[in-house]
Structure formats: structure tokens, C-alpha cells
Design a protein around this ligand. Structure first.
Ligand SMILES: [Zn+2]
Length: 357
């Protein structure tokens, strides 16, 4: 999208004279103007996360936030006496967001300057711009999907899940089983593709096969009888993870060619890549075909390389590969596997289509 500024994924609010009118230390009954409340709920409904960076006593400020009925809207609030730039960078790290996707709003020019100096990619706004934010292009995603509308709940569920994982006494596989994970793989329609748009567009934030396909290319293949476009979503007892993966498969006589496998870095630790590959291998075995997979090593996708090798993919040549089109780039490896039946995963329930039909 040329001329479209990069979307803001998280807005960080100052409290005194920005989120609320007045200074909490002087007025314990500070109020949030109605217009500001509307900005908060509007941005939330667009899937933009919100947080707080405020110089105040944490307990005091958070008690007021709760009393004002807006606590649920804020993730990883930072209230204390440290530098605001540190708070902003910390929030970005906690969310696994690039700093360039963060926005910061504060009534104090000195605080905005401090953040702009130490984290120049952060977009800074003065408090008197607050009511105008929802009208700005960087706060206006063109498509708001079901997943986006519940993005905050998805993140909050993941914080509870991570906390429980850290304190879980048993083996990791036992923890995964305790989650009641359900993975759904389905043939994609246009709505499903908009749910995985972030996976296909924001290559820097995903763990994948390193091969890029644009959203338009994938849409163009939805009705192509020679291709399967599949999306993957995951849920568990803490709530939905949302859409977490996308596959592009080209069907040839005797061989299926996996051109794209992208999974969200959020679900790498659940072994999602391996589960998807095992299912695909089992389907290929039923169809009596070999599998080829394109893979381009990057500094972020070593886990996926391991998943391929562990699933049995190799660099060995096979006559079936001669029928495939050349790889789109020189540094793309073409892995191969002669498929044999696979067992269902031990850590999650699978809901899948039958690719033979
Ligand atoms: Zn082969």
C-alpha cells in the first residue's frame, strides 16, 4: 500500500493531563473525558492495543484506572519513575512488536522529546491530538477482521497462558496437553486470508519458510484448481490464538509442492509447525504422492528448518522434482520427502479438511 503510513499496533498513553484531566497527586478524583473514552474503545475495536507510561505511584494510579472502569483496555502498563523511553521499549518487547509500530501520547513536550531521542521510530503525539487519533491513517486499518476486534483478549489470554506455563511443574509436553489445544486447518476463503494478512505481509515478525507471497498472489490462487490455500487457527482453554498460519500447496501428478508455510512466532513454542507438517505428510501418503517444500534460511526461521528435518525432509534428489517449476530465487532450498502415514499429534486435537476430495 504506497503512501499508507505503517499502522500503529500499540498506543501508549501518559496519564496526568493526557488520559485524564488533571494530576492524580493533586486531585485524587481525576476524570477521563467522554471523548477520550470513545477514543480508547474505538482504537480497541480496531485491534490496536493500548498501554500506559506514567510517572506516578503504581498502586495509586492503577487503583484510579480500575475505579474509572478502563483497566481492561491496557496491556503491560508501566507506571513508575523511570525514563519513558525505557517504558516504551519495554512494552514493545513484551508484545514482540517492532518499535516502529508503537505510538506514544503525552502532554509534556519534554517527555515526547525524550522518547523521540532514544526511540526515534516511535510516533509521538501531543495530548491535544488525542481526539483526532482515530481519524489518522496510521490508526485506521483498511480491514478490521474478527481476530483484530478481539486482539486484546487474545493477548491477555496469552499472558495468563505464559504465566501458567512458567509455573507449571511438569514436562512441557504435559503442559501442552493441559491446554486442550485445538488446531483447525481449513481451505481458505477471502475472509480467512484477511485474518492471516499480517503473516504474509509482516515478514519481519513471523517464523516461516522465508519464502514470500503477497496477499494479492494468495487471493488470486483461491479458486485455482492447481493450488490449495489453507489457513491454520489455534485455540485452547485460555481462549483463541486466532489465525496463526497459512500454507500454499501446488498439486502436480505424483508430487505436492509446498510453496509457502508461514506460522506466527506466537505459536512456535506449541510445535505448530511440526503438527502442520505431520498432517500434510499423512495426507500426501494417503494420496500416494511425494512432497517438495521450498525453504529459504533466515536468521529467524531456524526452528522451521529443524521442524522440516525432524519431519524427514532432506536435500536428496528425486525424479519427481523434475516436474516442478524453478524456485523463485537462487537461495531457496527445495526439500523433499517420500511420504508415509503419520500418527495424530499427542499434544492437540486436529480439525482438518480432506485434501483428496
Ligand atoms: Zn520424489
Amino acid at each position: 500500500m504506497p503512501n499508507q503510513p505503517a499502522l500503529v499496533k500499540c498506543l501508549i498513553w501518559d496519564l496526568d493531563n493526557t488520559l485524564w484531566q488533571g494530576t492524580l497527586l493533586e486531585d485524587p478524583e481525576v476524570q477521563i473525558p467522554e471523548g477520550i473514552r470513545e477514543v480508547i474503545s474505538t482504537l480497541d475495536s480496531r485491534g490496536i492495543l493500548q498501554s500506559i507510561s506514567s510517572k506516578n505511584d503504581y498502586d495509586h494510579a492503577w487503583e484510579r484506572i480500575e475505579k474509572l472502569g478502563v483497566a481492561e483496555y491496557f496491556v503491560h502498563p508501566q507506571v513508575g519513575w523511570g525514563r519513558k523511553s525505557d517504558a516504551v521499549v519495554h512494552i514493545a518487547q513484551q508484545l514482540n512488536f517492532a518499535v516502529g509500530t508503537i505510538a506514544f501520547i503525552d502532554d509534556q513536550a519534554a517527555e515526547r522529546a525524550e522518547v523521540a531521542f532514544r526511540a526515534p521510530e516511535v510516533r509521538c503525539y501531543a495530548a491535544d491530538q488525542a481526539l483526532a487519533l482515530p481519524g489518522l491513517a496510521e490508526f485506521s486499518p483498511t480491514v478490521v477482521t474478527v481476530d483484530a476486534r478481539r486482539r486484546r483478549q487474545t493477548y491477555q489470554a496469552s499472558f495468563r497462558r505464559d504465566a501458567e506455563r512458567e509455573s507449571f511443574p511438569g514436562a512441557d509436553e504435559e503442559f501442552l496437553r493441559s491446554l486442550d489445544l485445538v488446531m483447525t486447518i481449513k481451505r481458505a476463503d477471502a475472509e480467512d486470508l484477511s485474518r492471516v494478512e499480517e503473516l504474509t505481509l509482516r515478514t519481519s515478525q513471523m517464523n516461516a519458510t522465508g519464502v514470500h507471497y503477497s496477499d494479492a498472489e494468495l487471493r488470486g490462487l483461491l479458486d485455482d484448481p492447481g493450488h490449495e490455500v489453507l489457513t491454520v487457527s489455534l485455540s485452547d482453554r485460555f481462549g483463541p490464538h486466532g489465525a496463526v498460519g497459512v500454507l500454499l500447496l501446488a498439486n502436480h501428478p505424483g508430487i505436492w509442492h509446498l510453496k509457502l508455510l508461514a506460522t506466527s512466532c506466537r505459536v512456535v513454542s506449541f510445535g505448530a509447525g511440526a503438527v502442520i507438517l505431520n498432517w500434510l505428510i499423512d495426507q500426501a501418503a494417503s494420496a500416494g504422492v511425494h512432497l517438495a517444500a521450498d525453504f529459504r534460511p533466515t536468521d529467524r526461521n531456524r526452528m522451521m528448518d529443524i521442524a522440516y528435518r525432524f519431519a524427514g525432509f532432506t536435500d536428496e534428489p528425486c525424479p519427481c522434482l523434475a516436474g516442478l517449476e524453478l524456485a523463485a530465487a537462487d537461495d531457496i532450498q527445495r526439500l523433499h520427502l517420500a511420504a508415509a502415514p503419520r500418527a495424530a499429534p499427542a499434544t492437540m486435537q486436529l480439525i482438518t479438511p480432506d485434501l483428496l476430495k
